[in-house]
Design a protein around this ligand. Structure first.
Ligand SMILES: Cc1cc2nc3c(=O)[nH]c(=O)nc-3n(C[C@H](O)[C@H](O)[C@H](O)COP(=O)(O)O)c2cc1C
Length: 337
């Protein structure tokens, strides 16, 4: 199979990898809202796959495509093996995490700390590319600790390009590896979107997606209009999936119809039924659906019904249906009834 060129596959928008959040149920929900947007898994560590044999971490639904597997690791041989396992599992892209600052990840010498070892990252991605036919990409920060992003980011990116990488996502803030929690590291180091924009000037042939603090489709379009190739959205897409994803296909890709959260809920009902039939629990799916009606009349009632009812033994799709009836009833203007 030929490697996908950036011209053929313009991944203009993606939903960021988020541990505990972008699991398969979340991704299935997001896919009901946008057919085009690229979805990322939570990070899966290479040792978990290669040494731990935890292949269940790769489970996903055939409808999730296009879907990228994010790997964590820093051993080229192990990452190459993990990438091959990911490819065999059917993922469309394998992404290397060079941005996650959590303690657990640091202790394994991977994630954001690798911004300090661009040569090692280059070895890792070269080994991953050699082992697979699917595209290998990188998600990074603009630097860590006392690094000067103006210096280290171009140096890092040119190493990636040298190793054959054609597509990166850049979280436009540094990670401070000591003293900040992972959560604080997503808010406290200041965003520098301009630096990422300037990287596009330096690396015109590299597909660059900007990430960090993007909270609306309008803002996403602005970055695309300013020359970036893609936008990656994390928290806003999780908390208000309809706002980010319903109009993404027509507005970002210029194709397809706008979707609605109601249609997504209806599409989730058979999925939920199948999940329960396989021994799963309702709230494993509905926890990702809480924000579907965010900002709309009935959002509170929707959340309350799901959070109070979804963990009760025996609860099923009828609870979700009933919760949506409440939203629909409240959405009707008072003078129309
Ligand atoms: C709950 C949570 C978990 C995250 N887990 C990962 C992860 O596994 N891998 C990764 O590269 N980034 C992870 N991130 C960072 C996001 O991918 C993204 O870079 C960050 O949230 C900034 O984008 P945003 O401002 O659009 O949310 C996580 C973020 C959140 C909120």
């Amino acid at each position: 199979m030929e490697r996908k060129s950036q011209n053929i596959v313009p991944w203009r928008m993606s939903i960021a990898p988020m541990m505990d959040w972008t699991d398969r149920h979340c991704r299935y929900l997001h896919r009901q809202l946008s057919r085009r947007t690229l979805l990322y898994t939570e990070m899966v560590t290479a040792p978990a796959l290669v040494r731990g044999g935890a292949l269940h971490l790769l489970d996903h639904h055939p409808d999730e495509h296009p879907v990228a597997l994010q790997l964590g690791g820093s051993d080229p041989v192990e990452l190459a093996q993990a990438a091959r396992i990911g490819e065999q599992a059917g993922y469309d892209e394998i992404n290397l995490n060079v941005g996650c600052p959590s303690d657990r990840v640091q202790s394994g010498a991977f994630g954001a700390v690798l911004m300090k070892q661009p040569a090692l990252v280059a070895d890792c991605v070269a080994a991953m590319r050699a082992a697979t036919k699917v595209e290998v990409t990188v998600k990074c920060r603009i630097g860590v600790d006392d690094q000067d992003p103006e210096e280290v980011l171009p140096e890092f990116l040119s190493r990636m390009v040298g190793a054959g990488i054609e597509r990166v996502s850049i979280h436009a803030r540094k990670a401070w590896l000591e003293g900040l929690s992972p959560k604080e590291n997503r808010d406290i180091p200041p965003l520098d979107h301009d630096l990422v924009l300037r990287m596009k000037g330096l690396f015109p042939n590299l597909h660059i997606s900007i990430n960090g603090g993007i909270t609306s489709l309008d803002q996403a379009r602005e970055f695309l209009d300013r020359g970036l190739d893609g936008v990656m959205i994390g928290r806003a897409a999780y908390h208000s999936p309809a706002d980010i994803l319903c109009a993404a296909d027509p507005l970002i890709y210029g194709t397809g119809e706008e979707t609605t959260p109601e249609a997504a809920v209806r599409a989730m009902l058979p999925y939920i039924e199948a999940h329960l039939a396989g021994g799963g629990k309702l709230n494993q799916v509905t926890r990702h659906m809480m924000g579907l009606f965010a900002g709309r009349p009935g959002a509170r009632q929707w959340r309350r019904m799901l959070s109070e009812g979804a963990h009760v033994p025996g609860a099923g799709p009828e609870l979700v249906d009933a919760a949506m009836d409440q939203v629909t009833a409240l959405a009707v203007p008072a003078d129309a009834v």
